[in-house]
Design a protein around this ligand. Structure first.
Ligand code: PXP
Length: 237
Protein backbone atom coordinates (compact mmCIF):
# COMPACT_ATOMS: atom_id res chain seq x y z
CA UNK A 1 0.00 0.00 0.00
CA UNK A 2 1.38 3.40 -0.96
CA UNK A 3 2.45 5.83 1.74
CA UNK A 4 1.44 9.49 1.94
CA UNK A 5 3.86 12.28 2.79
CA UNK A 6 2.18 15.62 3.38
CA UNK A 7 3.98 18.82 2.49
CA UNK A 8 3.20 21.42 5.16
CA UNK A 9 5.02 24.39 3.57
CA UNK A 10 1.71 25.94 2.61
CA UNK A 11 0.86 26.47 6.26
CA UNK A 12 4.05 28.49 6.61
CA UNK A 13 3.12 30.45 3.48
CA UNK A 14 -0.01 31.72 5.25
CA UNK A 15 2.00 32.62 8.33
CA UNK A 16 4.67 34.46 6.35
CA UNK A 17 2.00 36.47 4.51
CA UNK A 18 1.28 38.20 7.82
CA UNK A 19 4.73 38.02 9.38
CA UNK A 20 3.25 36.59 12.58
CA UNK A 21 3.80 33.31 14.43
CA UNK A 22 0.69 31.44 13.26
CA UNK A 23 -0.47 29.18 11.69
CA UNK A 24 2.48 27.04 12.73
CA UNK A 25 3.62 24.27 10.34
CA UNK A 26 4.84 22.32 13.37
CA UNK A 27 1.31 22.14 14.76
CA UNK A 28 0.10 21.10 11.31
CA UNK A 29 2.65 18.29 11.23
CA UNK A 30 1.32 16.87 14.50
CA UNK A 31 -2.26 16.84 13.19
CA UNK A 32 -1.17 15.35 9.85
CA UNK A 33 0.56 12.49 11.65
CA UNK A 34 -2.43 11.92 13.94
CA UNK A 35 -4.63 11.68 10.84
CA UNK A 36 -2.54 8.76 9.62
CA UNK A 37 -0.08 10.23 7.12
CA UNK A 38 3.20 8.39 6.81
CA UNK A 39 5.51 11.35 6.61
CA UNK A 40 6.00 15.10 6.71
CA UNK A 41 7.58 16.88 3.74
CA UNK A 42 9.07 20.34 3.96
CA UNK A 43 11.18 22.48 1.66
CA UNK A 44 13.64 24.89 3.23
CA UNK A 45 14.17 27.23 0.33
CA UNK A 46 17.23 29.38 -0.12
CA UNK A 47 15.04 32.52 0.06
CA UNK A 48 13.16 31.23 3.18
CA UNK A 49 9.86 32.30 1.61
CA UNK A 50 7.81 29.86 3.71
CA UNK A 51 9.59 27.37 5.94
CA UNK A 52 12.13 28.94 8.29
CA UNK A 53 15.18 27.30 9.88
CA UNK A 54 13.31 27.28 13.19
CA UNK A 55 10.51 25.22 11.63
CA UNK A 56 12.85 22.57 10.29
CA UNK A 57 14.75 22.23 13.56
CA UNK A 58 11.55 21.89 15.61
CA UNK A 59 9.98 19.55 13.03
CA UNK A 60 13.04 17.34 13.36
CA UNK A 61 12.33 17.00 17.08
CA UNK A 62 8.55 16.63 16.75
CA UNK A 63 8.02 14.44 13.67
CA UNK A 64 7.66 10.81 14.69
CA UNK A 65 6.91 9.31 11.27
CA UNK A 66 9.41 10.34 8.63
CA UNK A 67 10.80 13.77 7.83
CA UNK A 68 11.50 14.43 4.17
CA UNK A 69 13.50 17.63 3.62
CA UNK A 70 13.30 19.00 0.11
CA UNK A 71 16.45 20.93 -0.63
CA UNK A 72 18.60 22.42 -3.35
CA UNK A 73 22.03 20.81 -3.71
CA UNK A 74 23.85 23.77 -2.16
CA UNK A 75 26.57 23.74 0.51
CA UNK A 76 24.28 25.62 2.89
CA UNK A 77 21.42 23.10 2.58
CA UNK A 78 23.73 20.09 2.75
CA UNK A 79 25.12 21.47 6.02
CA UNK A 80 21.62 21.98 7.45
CA UNK A 81 20.54 18.48 6.36
CA UNK A 82 23.55 16.95 8.08
CA UNK A 83 22.73 18.96 11.19
CA UNK A 84 19.02 18.08 11.29
CA UNK A 85 19.19 14.52 9.91
CA UNK A 86 15.89 14.14 8.08
CA UNK A 87 15.16 10.51 7.23
CA UNK A 88 15.00 11.55 3.56
CA UNK A 89 16.60 14.42 1.68
CA UNK A 90 14.89 15.09 -1.65
CA UNK A 91 17.10 17.13 -3.93
CA UNK A 92 15.04 19.54 -6.02
CA UNK A 93 15.91 22.29 -8.50
CA UNK A 94 15.35 25.76 -7.15
CA UNK A 95 14.89 29.05 -8.96
CA UNK A 96 14.30 32.27 -7.10
CA UNK A 97 11.63 33.53 -9.49
CA UNK A 98 9.46 30.39 -9.53
CA UNK A 99 6.13 30.13 -7.70
CA UNK A 100 6.83 26.52 -6.78
CA UNK A 101 9.21 23.81 -7.97
CA UNK A 102 8.60 23.89 -11.70
CA UNK A 103 10.29 20.80 -13.06
CA UNK A 104 12.57 17.92 -12.26
CA UNK A 105 16.30 18.13 -11.65
CA UNK A 106 18.63 18.24 -14.58
CA UNK A 107 20.70 15.37 -13.24
CA UNK A 108 22.65 14.92 -16.48
CA UNK A 109 23.99 18.47 -16.79
CA UNK A 110 24.67 18.67 -13.05
CA UNK A 111 26.13 15.20 -12.66
CA UNK A 112 29.09 16.31 -10.55
CA UNK A 113 27.21 18.66 -8.22
CA UNK A 114 24.34 16.23 -7.60
CA UNK A 115 26.67 13.25 -7.35
CA UNK A 116 28.69 15.05 -4.65
CA UNK A 117 25.55 15.99 -2.72
CA UNK A 118 24.30 12.37 -2.85
CA UNK A 119 27.64 11.07 -1.62
CA UNK A 120 27.88 13.47 1.34
CA UNK A 121 24.25 13.00 2.42
CA UNK A 122 24.43 9.21 2.19
CA UNK A 123 27.70 9.17 4.14
CA UNK A 124 25.74 10.89 6.89
CA UNK A 125 23.09 8.20 6.93
CA UNK A 126 20.43 10.17 5.02
CA UNK A 127 18.33 8.41 2.36
CA UNK A 128 18.62 10.49 -0.82
CA UNK A 129 15.84 10.98 -3.33
CA UNK A 130 16.06 12.98 -6.57
CA UNK A 131 13.03 14.87 -7.88
CA UNK A 132 13.07 14.08 -11.60
CA UNK A 133 10.93 14.33 -14.68
CA UNK A 134 9.73 10.99 -16.09
CA UNK A 135 12.68 10.90 -18.47
CA UNK A 136 14.54 7.58 -18.99
CA UNK A 137 18.04 9.08 -19.33
CA UNK A 138 17.62 11.18 -16.19
CA UNK A 139 16.48 8.13 -14.26
CA UNK A 140 19.42 6.08 -15.50
CA UNK A 141 21.79 8.84 -14.38
CA UNK A 142 20.06 8.98 -10.98
CA UNK A 143 20.81 5.29 -10.49
CA UNK A 144 24.38 5.74 -11.74
CA UNK A 145 24.92 8.45 -9.15
CA UNK A 146 23.71 6.09 -6.40
CA UNK A 147 20.52 7.86 -5.43
CA UNK A 148 18.37 5.69 -3.17
CA UNK A 149 15.05 6.88 -4.62
CA UNK A 150 13.56 9.04 -7.28
CA UNK A 151 10.45 11.16 -6.89
CA UNK A 152 8.77 11.42 -10.27
CA UNK A 153 7.48 14.88 -11.11
CA UNK A 154 3.77 14.51 -11.89
CA UNK A 155 3.23 18.19 -12.70
CA UNK A 156 2.98 17.76 -16.48
CA UNK A 157 0.36 15.03 -16.06
CA UNK A 158 -1.59 17.24 -13.65
CA UNK A 159 -1.48 20.23 -16.00
CA UNK A 160 -2.45 18.28 -19.14
CA UNK A 161 -5.31 20.02 -20.93
CA UNK A 162 -6.77 17.13 -22.92
CA UNK A 163 -7.43 13.45 -22.25
CA UNK A 164 -4.90 12.54 -24.97
CA UNK A 165 -2.21 14.68 -23.34
CA UNK A 166 -3.08 13.25 -19.92
CA UNK A 167 -2.75 9.69 -21.25
CA UNK A 168 0.58 10.52 -22.83
CA UNK A 169 1.94 11.97 -19.58
CA UNK A 170 0.56 9.05 -17.58
CA UNK A 171 2.32 6.61 -19.89
CA UNK A 172 5.59 8.49 -19.45
CA UNK A 173 5.17 8.15 -15.69
CA UNK A 174 4.44 4.41 -15.99
CA UNK A 175 7.53 3.87 -18.16
CA UNK A 176 9.65 5.92 -15.77
CA UNK A 177 8.44 3.85 -12.81
CA UNK A 178 9.33 0.62 -14.63
CA UNK A 179 12.82 1.88 -15.54
CA UNK A 180 13.49 3.12 -12.00
CA UNK A 181 12.29 -0.11 -10.45
CA UNK A 182 14.49 -2.17 -12.80
CA UNK A 183 17.48 -0.10 -11.72
CA UNK A 184 16.76 -0.80 -8.06
CA UNK A 185 15.50 2.67 -7.18
CA UNK A 186 12.64 3.26 -4.77
CA UNK A 187 9.90 5.30 -6.39
CA UNK A 188 7.86 8.21 -5.09
CA UNK A 189 5.73 10.68 -7.03
CA UNK A 190 4.40 14.14 -6.47
CA UNK A 191 3.59 17.69 -7.53
CA UNK A 192 0.21 18.98 -8.54
CA UNK A 193 -1.68 15.89 -7.37
CA UNK A 194 -5.16 16.55 -6.02
CA UNK A 195 -8.35 14.69 -5.09
CA UNK A 196 -9.50 14.59 -8.70
CA UNK A 197 -6.35 13.57 -10.56
CA UNK A 198 -4.54 11.26 -8.14
CA UNK A 199 -6.41 7.99 -8.79
CA UNK A 200 -4.85 7.01 -12.16
CA UNK A 201 -1.38 7.58 -10.69
CA UNK A 202 -2.21 5.84 -7.42
CA UNK A 203 -2.93 2.57 -9.23
CA UNK A 204 0.63 2.37 -10.59
CA UNK A 205 1.81 -0.49 -8.44
CA UNK A 206 5.46 0.33 -7.89
CA UNK A 207 5.00 3.91 -6.67
CA UNK A 208 5.65 3.49 -2.97
CA UNK A 209 4.99 7.02 -1.81
CA UNK A 210 3.05 10.12 -2.79
CA UNK A 211 4.16 13.55 -1.61
CA UNK A 212 1.28 15.99 -1.72
CA UNK A 213 0.91 19.48 -0.33
CA UNK A 214 -1.19 22.19 -1.89
CA UNK A 215 -4.40 20.25 -2.46
CA UNK A 216 -4.45 18.82 1.06
CA UNK A 217 -3.78 22.12 2.83
CA UNK A 218 -6.31 23.85 0.54
CA UNK A 219 -9.01 21.31 1.42
CA UNK A 220 -8.10 21.56 5.10
CA UNK A 221 -9.27 25.20 5.08
CA UNK A 222 -12.80 23.90 4.54
CA UNK A 223 -12.91 20.50 6.19
CA UNK A 224 -9.98 20.49 8.61
CA UNK A 225 -6.62 18.76 8.31
CA UNK A 226 -7.72 15.41 9.70
CA UNK A 227 -10.46 14.95 7.12
CA UNK A 228 -8.31 16.32 4.29
CA UNK A 229 -5.51 13.85 5.06
CA UNK A 230 -7.87 10.91 5.53
CA UNK A 231 -9.67 11.66 2.24
CA UNK A 232 -6.34 11.62 0.38
CA UNK A 233 -5.18 8.46 2.15
CA UNK A 234 -8.39 6.74 1.05
CA UNK A 235 -7.75 7.75 -2.58
CA UNK A 236 -4.12 6.63 -2.77
CA UNK A 237 -4.71 3.34 -0.98
N1 PXP B 1 7.27 16.96 -4.25
C1 PXP B 1 8.18 17.93 -4.48
C2 PXP B 1 9.58 17.53 -4.77
C3 PXP B 1 7.81 19.29 -4.41
O1 PXP B 1 8.74 20.24 -4.62
C4 PXP B 1 6.50 19.63 -4.07
C5 PXP B 1 6.10 21.07 -3.93
O2 PXP B 1 6.74 21.63 -2.85
C6 PXP B 1 5.59 18.59 -3.84
C7 PXP B 1 6.00 17.26 -3.96
C8 PXP B 1 4.16 18.86 -3.49
O3 PXP B 1 3.54 19.50 -4.55
P1 PXP B 1 2.06 20.05 -4.39
O4 PXP B 1 2.11 21.12 -3.35
O5 PXP B 1 1.70 20.55 -5.75
O6 PXP B 1 1.21 18.88 -3.93
Amino acid sequence: MARLGVNIDHVATVRQARGVSYPDPVEAAVLVELAGAHGIVTHLREDRRHIQDRDLYILRKVVKSQLNMEMAATDEMIKIAIDTRPEIATIVPEKREELTTEGGLNVISQEKKIGNAIEILKKNGIHVSLFVDPDPETIKMSAKLNADSIEIHTGHYCEAKSEAEKDKELNLIKEAVAIGKDLGLRIAAGHGLNYFNVAPVAVIKDIEEFNIGHSIIARAIFVGLERAVKDMLALIQ
